[in-house]
Design a protein around this ligand. Structure first.
Ligand code: CA
Length: 228
């Protein structure tokens, strides 16, 4: 069964999420503090997606995300943000979250986002062992790894999916909508800004100089292109 962790200190919201995720067929692990979430993730290493509230009594959700990512790049992470926390979305994504959901959210919206992350995890397990090689980059599609000049680059699920899309379409201008549809799914109704934030993070990881990108090029007013 697919296992999800929900970290939320407000009991009413947490119960609401738990009930709805169980109804959707997930096995749900609950935590009320950041530390409890980190402990539970140690205890249940097969959690596929973690949903993290930001405002918590001990450490905030961004710090929890950072600590999860220090040892686990494979888990999907969704941040719960308040409507007014526009900057938090960007901060959350920069700390390694894959997605965010704004409160108040519908159960259908949350399960759609969770399903999208699980699909990405499962999709790669099914793909044949295959190497994509371009310039200094080698991607192993089965092992889900990327190397640059033989050095492993640690990527989140979303970052990996974006690079894979680029490496499968070298030299082709991809619109931000194309990238969103390919990585997040056609049914995803999020903000296109999520694409830009992930690209910014990827440039820091992949480029020799993130301020003068040579691999992920901007196509002004349209999107991005891998290579020239
Ligand atoms: Ca809270």
């Amino acid at each position: 069964m697919k296992r999800v962790l929900i970290l939320e200190d407000e009991v009413n919201i947490r119960s609401f999420v738990v009930i709805n995720l169980k109804r959707a067929g997930y096995d749900v692990i609950e935590a009320g503090t950041g530390q409890e979430a980190l402990d539970k993730l140690q205890q249940y290493p097969d959690v596929g997606v973690a949903i993290l509230d930001i405002m918590l009594p001990d450490i905030d959700g961004f710090e929890v995300c950072r600590r999860i990512r220090a040892s686990n790049m494979k888990i999907g992470v969704i941040m719960l943000t308040a409507r007014t926390q526009e900057m938090d979305k960007v901060t959350g994504l920069m700390t390694g979250a894959d997605d965010y959901v704004t409160k108040p959210f519908s159960p259908a919206e949350l399960t759609a986002r969770i399903d999208a992350l699980f699909r990405r995890i499962d999709g790669d397990k099914r793909s044949p062992g295959e190497l994509l090689t371009q310039g200094p980059f080698v991607m192993n599609v089965r092992n889900h790894t990327l190397e640059k000049n033989g050095q492993r680059i640690r990527l989140t699920q979303v970052e990996y999916s974006i690079v894979k899309l680029f490496m499968q379409n070298p030299g082709r201008a991809l619109s931000r909508e194309d990238i969103m549809a390919a990585v997040w799914g056609r049914e995803y109704e999020g903000d296109l800004k999520i694409v830009d934030v992930n690209i910014r993070r990827l440039r820091v990881k992949l480029e020799d100089d993130a301020t003068a990108p040579a691999y992920i090029n901007t196509v002004w007013g349209f999107g991005y292109k891998w290579g020239h």
